[in-house]
Design a protein around this ligand. Structure first.
Ligand SMILES: Nc1ncnc2c1ncn2[C@@H]1O[C@H](COP(=O)(O)OP(=O)(O)OP(=O)(O)O)[C@@H](O)[C@H]1O
Length: 237
């Protein structure tokens, strides 16, 4: 569903991504675990076409980002670390804007906006400005937005920053439901080991390279300490 081959992105001489090759399947929740500076955000910026890779390519649902950019990008939804909603627009206007960008017909857009918001208990708040919402509800709107065009791949970059435990739980439950019910592939970037719980697969990124890849148990074993957290800390210092 999502493939990268030999993906390299340099800032000057420094390789933030260093020949990264990955293959992620449909219907899987994959945790991308890496310390600060590992290259997680850079990977997301390349996957979403914000920056071009220096080497390598990305394929999303069979479309090459380099050769068929719009088709590849249509299969990606993203929630970045920094909130990117327009604070002075209502929830409805923010979501409608995204629906227009993806060319969703009016009736379908209205239906998906209503269903997406209802899923998070936001249905009574559609005409409120985003500025008036709590951090948790802003995140939920971002997730509704990322899902509006029903992409095959959802990229979540430190998406629980600022969320209370209940909002965090709701967000994760919604994503796991998308994986099960729609066969979405979720790539969940985090530097918190506890956020890999429930993931089908854990990928550990360090200095732009793959350090370990597999189930939590397999990665714990590969990192060579008693717990995943201890191994992660020991091997990424
Ligand atoms: N615009 C930039 N110019 C120069 N170097 C950059 C730039 N953006 C990132 N880097 C460097 O690239 C490397 C990877 O950074 P990146 O932000 O992708 O890591 P990250 O895993 O997302 O970290 P964090 O968990 O702190 O968000 C770091 O060494 C960082 O300093």
């Amino acid at each position: 569903m999502l493939r990268t081959s030999g993906l390299t992105k340099r800032y000057g001489k420094h390789a933030a991504l260093d020949r990264l090759t990955l293959e992620l399947s449909a219907g899987s929740f994959v945790a991308l675990l890496g310390p600060n500076g590992a290259g997680k955000s850079t990977l997301f910026q390349v996957l979403t076409g914000l920056f071009a890779a220096d080497e390598g390519d990305v394929e999303v649902a069979g479309h090459s980002l380099r050769h068929a950019g719009p088709a590849a990008l249509h299969e990606i939804g993203v929630v970045f670390q920094q909130m990117s909603l327009d604070l002075d627009l209502s929830i409805r206007r923010n979501l409608q804007f995204q629906a227009d960008l993806h060319g969703l017909p009016g009736a379908l857009a209205r239906e998906r906006i209503a269903a997406g918001c209802a899923r998070f208990g936001l249905e009574g708040q559609l005409d409120r400005k985003v500025r008036e919402l709590s951090g948790g509800n802003r995140r939920k709107v971002e997730l509704v937005r990322a899902n509006l065009h029903q992409p095959a791949v959802l990229l979540m970059d430190e998406a629980t920053v600022g969320l209370d435990p209940k909002s965090r739980q709701d967000l994760l439950a919604a994503l796991h439901a998308d994986v099960r019910e729609r066969g979405v592939c979720v790539l969940w970037a985090t530097h918190w080991v506890e956020e890999t719980e429930g993931a089908d697969r854990v990928i550990v990124l360090h200095k732009g390279q793959l350090l370990a890849d597999g189930s939590r148990a397999a990665v714990t074993e590969a990192l060579g300490e008693a717990t995943l957290e201890a191994g992660f800390i020991a091997r990424t210092q």
